[in-house]
Design a protein around this ligand. Structure first.
Ligand code: FAD
Length: 520
C-alpha cells in the first residue's frame, strides 16, 4: 500500500491535467499526476498502428494552443517545434476546381468577387465575436448569481466586451448566435464549396449538422484560434505527442511527480470531502485536493459513484450530452495520392462540397447509421514531417463525420470495414490513385475512442459545446467553475470552460481556481 501524501493529486495526464499540474506546482504545491495510460497526452498523442509509421491518434493539428501556456511553460525550448504552420484549407471539388482558404482570404477560379468580399467580412466579424469568447476563455467564468466583487466585475467586463462590439455588431452577434450556420451561410454566400467548408468547421467534433442550433457558436469558438496566432492549423514536428511531451517535460522540471500505468478506480470521499484515490491495483494515495482531468461522466459516475452524489445532480450528469459522431481513419500509403486539380497534398483538405451535403451526412447519425457520403478533414502530415513515415511513403489522417457512437447494427469488424470502404471510395473521387496506395488502415469509431482514450462517448470536447453547456454552465449546473459538489474535488479537463481542443486553458484556469480556493 502506498503511503505518500501530496497537496494535490491530478487524475490524468492529458494536456489539461499536465498544464494544471505545472501551474499548481509552480505555486509551491506538491503534485502527483496519476495517468492510466503508458504515456502522457490523452487524446493528444503520437502513436504507431502500422510498423514504421506514426500518426497523431485523435487530435491531429494545433489550432488553438494558447500562447500564454507556450510562453509560461517554455514549451518551445522543451521540444515543441512545428513542421508547418498556417496550413491552407482546400475545399475539394471533384472536378479539381477547389477553393483555397487562409485567414480572411479565399481563392478559387469559380469564386465570385462578391463571395470573396463577403468571406473577408464574415471572417473578421466572427473573429471580433471570437475575441469576446477568447477573453472569457482566459479566466474562470463568473457566477451568474451570488458572485463577489471580482465576479461582478468579470460579468460586467463580459457585458462590456459585447457592448464594445458596437450597436450593429452586438445585434448581429445576438442574432446569429441563436440561429444555425446553414441559415447564416444562405444569407451571405453563393458558392456551395465555401458554404460547405464553413459549415464543416461549425460541426467539427459535434453531434450537430449545419442546421442544428449552436453551430454558429461552435464556429465562433473555433475562430478563437485566429486570436491565438493560428490563421490556419499547425502540425507539430513528430506529431501531436510533441505538444504533450513538452508539457510533461515542463511538469517534471517543475517537480511534478507523474506516474503512468496508474488507472484510478475510485475517488475516496470522507465526510463529504475528497481526500484521496484508490488505484485499480488497490494502492491508495491521499491529498488535500483531487483534480480530475477525466471527463465529467467518468469522474462523477465512474470515480465518485452516483450513490455518493445528490440524486438531482447525478441525473443532470447523466443527461450531459457526450455522444460523439466523429471517427478517425488512419491510412498508411505507398506514395503520395494525387488530388485532381491540386499539386499540394500537404494542406488541410475538406470533403464538404456544400452545406446540404454535410447536413445529409449528419442525418444518418440521428438514426444510428454511419454516413453513406461522409464529410471529412484530411491531413497528410508526412508531407512536412519525415519522422512519421519511411522515405517515399506517407501517412494520412482523416477526421470523418458522421459515425454515431451507437451504431444501430453495432460496431464490429464488419461494420468498421464497410464504413472504411465508404470513406476510401469517397476519397477516391478526389484522389483516384489513393486506393492503390493503401498499405494499412485503422478506423477509430467513437466507441474505440471511448475505450482507448477513456472519454465517455468518445467526445472531442468531453461533452457537447452548446449554449446550455458553456462558460458558467459547463459542464453542468452544480459542477461549474472547476469545482464540484464534493468539497476538495475539482475538474480541469475539456469538459470544463472553455471546452476542448488542444488549448490548455481549462487546465490553467482550474489551477488558478484551486490556488485561489486554498488561500481563502
Ligand atoms: C477524433 C478526435 C479528433 C480531434 N482532433 C483535434 C484536433 O485536430 N485539434 C485539436 O485541437 N483538438 C482535437 N480534438 C480534441 C482534443 O483532442 C481534446 O479536446 C483534448 O485532447 C482534451 O484534452 P484533455 O487534457 O482535457 O483530456 P484528455 O486528452 O481526454 O485527457 C484525459 C486523460 O485522463 C486520463 N484518465 C481518464 N480516466 C482516468 C483514470 N480513471 N485514471 C487515470 N487516468 C485517467 C486519460 O487516460 C487521459 O490521459 C480531437 C478529438 C477527437 C476525439
Amino acid at each position: 500500500m502506498a503511503t505518500d501524501t501530496f497537496d494535490v493529486i491530478v487524475i490524468g495526464a492529458g494536456h489539461n491535467g499536465l498544464v494544471c499540474s505545472n501551474y499548481l506546482s509552480r505555486a509551491g504545491l506538491k503534485v502527483l499526476v496519476l495517468e492510466a495510460a503508458a504515456q502522457a497526452g490523452g487524446a493528444c498523442i503520437t502513436r504507431s498502428f502500422s510498423e514504421g509509421f506514426a500518426v497523431s491518434a485523435c487530435a491531429h493539428s494545433v489550432s488553438q494552443l494558447h500562447p500564454d501556456i507556450v510562453g509560461d511553460l517554455g514549451l518551445e525550448s522543451l521540444g515543441l517545434q512545428y513542421a508547418v504552420k498556417n496550413l491552407k484549407t482546400i475545399a475539394l471539388s471533384e472536378d479539381g476546381n477547389h477553393l483555397s482558404i487562409l485567414g480572411e482570404r479565399v481563392e478559387g477560379a469559380q469564386l465570385s468577387d462578391s463571395d470573396r468580399q463577403a468571406y473577408g467580412i464574415f471572417y473578421n466579424r466572427t473573429k471580433r465575436f471570437a475575441a469576446v469568447l477568447a477573453n472569457l476563455a482566459g479566466k474562470c467564468p463568473p457566477r451568474l448569481v451570488e458572485g463577489g466583487l471580482t465576479e461582478k466585475l468579470s460579468l460586467f467586463k463580459l457585458g462590456l466586451d459585447i457592448r464594445m462590439l458596437g450597436k450593429t455588431e452586438m445585434r448581429e452577434f445576438m442574432r446569429i448566435a441563436t440561429i444555425n450556420i446553414f441559415d447564416v451561410l444562405e444569407e451571405q454566400f453563393e458558392n456551395p464549396l465555401l458554404k460547405g467548408a464553413i459549415s464543416f468547421d461549425a460541426v467539427l467534433g459535434a453531434h450537430m449538422g449545419p442546421r442544428s442550433p449552436n453551430t454558429v457558436l461552435a464556429y465562433i469558438h473555433r475562430q478563437m484560434g485566429s486570436l491565438f496566432g493560428f490563421a490556419g492549423p499547425a502540425l507539430p514536428q513528430g506529431g501531436m505527442g510533441t505538444v504533450t511531451q513538452a508539457i510533461a517535460r515542463a511538469a517534471v522540471a517543475n517537480k511534478v511527480d507523474i506516474r503512468y500505468n496508474c488507472p484510478v478506480k475510485e475517488i475516496t470521499i470522507d465526510h463529504g470531502r475528497a481526500v484521496g484515490v484508490v488505484l485499480q491495483d488497490g494502492s491508495t494515495y491521499s491529498a488535500a485536493q483531487i483534480v480530475s482531468n477525466a471527463d465529467p461522466g467518468t469522474t462523477f459516475k465512474g470515480l465518485v459513484g452516483y450513490p455518493k452524489l445528490d440524486s438531482g445532480f447525478a441525473r443532470r450528469v447523466e443527461n450531459i450530452r457526450t455522444k460523439s459522431d466523429c471517427a478517425k481513419l488512419h491510412l498508411t500509403l505507398d506514395g503520395l495520392p494525387e488530388f485532381t486539380g491540386s499539386s499540394d497534398a500537404g494542406q488541410r483538405m475538406l470533403i464538404a462540397p456544400d452545406a446540404a451535403y454535410v447536413e445529409r451526412a449528419f442525418n444518418h447519425s440521428k438514426y444510428g447509421e454511419y454516413s453513406s457520403a461522409p464529410a471529412m478533414e484530411i491531413l497528410i502530415p508526412s508531407v512536412h514531417d519525415a519522422s512519421l513515415a519511411p522515405q517515399g511513403k506517407h501517412v494520412m489522417s482523416i477526421i470523418v463525420q458522421y459515425a454515431p457512437f451507437m451504431l444501430r447494427t453495432g460496431w464490429d469488424t464488419q461494420s468498421k470495414q464497410a464504413f472504411t470502404n465508404i470513406i476510401v471510395q469517397r476519397l477516391a473521387r478526389y484522389a483516384p490513385n489513393l486506393p492503390g496506395l493503401i498499405i494499412d488502415s485503422e478506423l477509430l469509431t467513437p466507441q474505440d475512442i471511448e475505450q482507448e482514450f477513456r472519454i465517455t462517448g468518445g467526445h472531442w470536447h468531453h461533452c457537447e459545446l452548446a449554449l446550455d453547456q458553456i462558460a458558467m454552465m459547463r459542464p453542468v449546473y452544480g459542477a461549474t467553475r472547476y469545482s464540484t459538489p464534493i468539497e476538495g474535488l475539482y475538474l480541469c479537463g475539456a469538459g470544463c470552460h472553455p471546452g476542448g481542443n488542444v488549448m490548455g486553458m481549462a487546465g490553467k484556469n482550474s489551477a488558478a481556481a484551486i490556488i485561489k480556493g486554498r488561500s481563502t
